[in-house]
Every structure is written in C-alpha cells, then in structure tokens.
Design a protein around this ligand. Structure first.
Ligand code: NAD
Length: 262
C-alpha cells in the first residue's frame, strides 16, 4: 500500500483525488491538507464514505507521496514539508514562478519530485508523438495546432497547445516565438513554409480538445486528444505518485514522460 497525502484536499481537484485514491486498492489516503474545511472528514468532503482522515493545515510525518493541487504558496509549503519529512512530491499546481521552479530543482536533490502543468497521460503522450511526427515528416508537411475549450476559459492558446508547439519546436529546432503564428486574419497572411499555425476555439462546455495536424499535398495526419472530464488529471497525478513512491526511486526531478517510460 502506498500512503499519500493530498495538499488542497478541499479544492475541486483535491476532492476528486481523494475520491479516486479511495477506490484504488494500491493507495491509502493518510493525509488531507488544506487551509479551509479544517477538521472535516476528507472522504465526506469528497462526496464518498467517511475515511477517518480529517483535513489538517499541515502534514505531521512522512508519507510515500504528497500530491499538491493548490496555489503557488501552497506548493512552496508542500516542498518544505516534503523535504523535511522525506516524502516524494507530485505538483499539479499551475502558475508557478521561476523562483518556484528553482525551489523544485533544489528539493530534487533530496526527494523525488515531479511537476507537470498537465497530468493527463494522453496529453503527455501526444507531446511525444507530435514531436516525433514533426521531425520525421519535415517542412513539406504544414503543421496546424487547434484547441477547443469552454466559453469561460480566460487565456488563449491553452498551456497544453503551447506544450505541443514547444515539443515540436524542441524536436525540429524551430522557435516558439518566431515560428508559431497565432490565428490568421488579413489579406497577406499566406502560410509560410515551416510555420506552425495555432488556433483557439471557445465554445459551450468543452473540457479540452487538442489536434495537431500535419498536411501536405495529398494527405493529412491528425493527432487528436479529447478530455471529457477533469478526472484525467487526477488519475494521471495518482499514477505519477505511485511511480514516484517506488522503493528504488532516487531523489531527482522527474517528468510525466518518465512515468510513461518515454
Ligand atoms: P481550487 O481553488 O478548487 O482548489 C485549491 C485548494 O487549495 C483550495 O481548497 C484552497 O483552500 C487550497 N489551498 C490554497 N492555499 C493553500 C495552502 N497554502 N495550503 C494548503 N491548501 C491551500 O482549485 P483547483 O481547480 O482544484 O486547481 C488547483 C490547482 O491545480 C490550480 O493551480 C490548477 O490550475 C491546477 N490544475 C492542474 C492540473 C494538471 O493537470 N496539472 C489540472 C487541473 C488543475
């Protein structure tokens, strides 16, 4: 059994992590940390049975892995706690600064830590596949990335769409600032060879859809990922926690690609 603690257990992601971990016979939720709902039972908060794990403001001892879905200040606290207790750490929180990244790098000298802005296994595989396809096909194939999200999403393009573009750029020597074109509008916007087009659709309640298209004269290859529930991120984080908690896992900074064996 792998013991885990959820940092942000009262949040949207935290509640799903508690519920999904409770269904998993390899995992035992032993800690539920949050600033709010302190004293409440984490299982009841998550809408499942009582787990006899009260929400507490901090972690008292070592666990196999802490999973953090909070805010950057919560992540910083989790890093400190995990280093102090020798617990592995999975970080899903977004909006981290360069200084936070440095803290993670420093912590990786002492504990196994994994940080990923998108924990979906399918999305992380898509990054690797898109990079491989772009490299193999070359500039004869036009690359266009399209993404669709719900009407409430503030930013565009999505971090995941940028992640696809970054993976392609890393594999082909392109530059995300120079070679990516965001949308097209006007009279003189004909596609240039080697460009990566990026397009964002905002509609209804779409959870998240991403397609990388590779087209030349006569054929088109499309790689599409569709997320239908935010649970994919929680499931990916739980899988990462199990992987990090393996007894032979050395202190280091890991990526979802490592979990997937890519
Ligand atoms: P939320 O606001 O519903 O939950 C955040 C929780 O963290 C709240 O319960 C809050 O009280 C708690 N919190 C805040 N500060 C804290 C602290 N210092 N210590 C402990 N707990 C603290 O947010 P959410 O939708 O669950 O998302 C949480 C984070 O996860 C966001 O950064 C979001 O962007 C990110 N996220 C990442 C992925 C991924 O795949 N990596 C997927 C979804 C969401």
């Amino acid at each position: 059994m792998i013991s885990i603690a959820i940092n942000g257990a009262a949040g949207r992601m935290g509640r799903r992590l508690v519920a999904l971990a409770a269904e998993d016979s390899d995992l035992r939720v032993v800690g539920a940390l949050d600033r709010t709902e302190v004293g409440q039972d984490a299982g009841l908060l998550a809408g499942i049975k009582k787990l006899d794990v009260p929400v507490t403001p901090s972690l008292s001892g070592k666990v196999d892995a802490v999973i953090d879905f909070t805010v950057p200040a919560g992540t910083r606290a989790a890093i400190e706690t995990c280093v102090k207790t020798g617990s592995a750490l999975v970080i899903g929180t977004t909006g981290l600064t360069e200084a936070d990244q440095k803290l993670i790098d420093d912590a990786a000298g002492k504990i196994a830590v994994l940080q990923a802005p998108n924990m979906s296994l399918g999305v992380n595989l898509l990054f690797a596949l898109a990079a491989q396809v772009a490299k193999r096909l070359g500039d004869d194939y036009d690359i266009e990335i399209t993404e669709a999200h719900h009407r409430f999403k503030k930013d565009a393009p999505s971090g995941t769409a940028l992640g696809i573009a970054q993976a392609i750029c890393d594999a082909t020597g392109k530059s995300i600032t120079k070679d990516v074109v965001h949308g097209r509008h006007g009279d003189e916007v004909m596609r240039q060879r080697g460009q990566i087009g990026m397009h964002a659709l905002r509609m209804g309640d779409v959870v998240g859809e991403h397609t990388a298209s590779f087209a030349t004269l006569g054929e088109r290859l499309e790689l599409t990922h569709v997320a239908t529930t935010r649970d994919v991120f929680a499931r990916g984080a739980l899988r990462a926690a199990k992987w990090l908690a393996a007894p032979d896992r050395k202190p280091a900074r890991y990526r979802m690609a490592d979990v997937l064996g890519l």
